[in-house]
Design a protein around this ligand. Structure first.
Ligand SMILES: [Zn+2]
Length: 231
């Protein structure tokens, strides 16, 4: 029994070594997208390798002509094994007059470096457009699981996009005045005045008059009153 378990553990380790790859250096240029879409050259092997790494159980069962387990993450996509050995999207559009690759794109995980590289290439080639536009375009060729999150991640790490969509810094507010925190004191025990202006008011015939406006706010207690005066 112990010998069997040991053998199984060695087998698992060998299988892991055979399948796991270092994807950190993967880079796909926008000029390579036509070859990727047609699954030419290295790309078919890359996609196969990625699927073997992420969906080994599903591939094993489909190759053995078995149905997927109900608990499989891919079950809602009704995947099948294409002639090229890739896991492809199923669906109910079989009768639609669309190309095979559009009806049944290969399935790739959205949380994988290969997919981030592919999204990055599409994103660059489409001149840094928004998430939905990129995602819908990619899904005509490759079906990404959790695709919206994957595209958002790539956009968030894209330097030009970060430069084009800066977030305004939030100003830290100072502590509230002591006078505004008093309790059990009648209204207008303390008052404050905020000024703004002057405001140019245009009357008829283009006459411009400078007006100064202000408002007075009773801000003394929990029963604060407010009075606005415009002069
Ligand atoms: Zn970008």
């Amino acid at each position: 029994m112990a010998e069997k378990e040991e053998l199984r553990s060695v087998h698992v380790q060998v299988a892991d070594l055979a399948v796991k790859s270092d994807w950190s250096a993967i880079k796909i240029m926008p000029s390579e997208l036509p070859a990727l879409i047609k699954m030419e050259g290295k790309f078919q092997k890359l996609l196969q390798h990625c699927q073997e790494e992420v969906y080994p159980e599903e591939l094993k069962r489909l190759k053995a002509k078995k149905t997927l387990r109900p608990t499989s993450r891919l079950m809602p996509l009704t995947p099948f094994l294409g002639d090229d050995g890739l896991l492809r999207l199923g669906g109910r559009l079989e009768r639609a007059k669309l190309p095979y690759d559009v009806l049944h794109p290969p399935i790739l995980p959205g949380n994988h470096p290969l997919e981030w590289a592919i999204i990055g290439a599409f994103h660059d080639s489409m001149h840094h457009v928004g998430t939905d536009f990129v995602l819908s375009h990619i899904r005509q060729h490759i079906w990404i699981t959790a695709g919206r999150e994957a595209v958002k991640r790539v956009r968030n790490e894209c330097i030009p996009c970060r430069r084009f969509r800066p977030k305004a810094a939030l100003q830290m507010m100072a502590d509230v005045y002591q006078a505004r925190l008093g309790a059990r004191e009648p209204p207008f025990t303390y008052t404050s005045v905020d000024y703004f202006g002057p405001i140019d008011v245009i009357y008829e015939r283009g006459t411009v008059h400078h007006q100064v406006a202000s408002w007075i706010r009773g801000a003394s207690s929990m029963e604060g009153w407010s009075l606005t005066i415009v002069a």
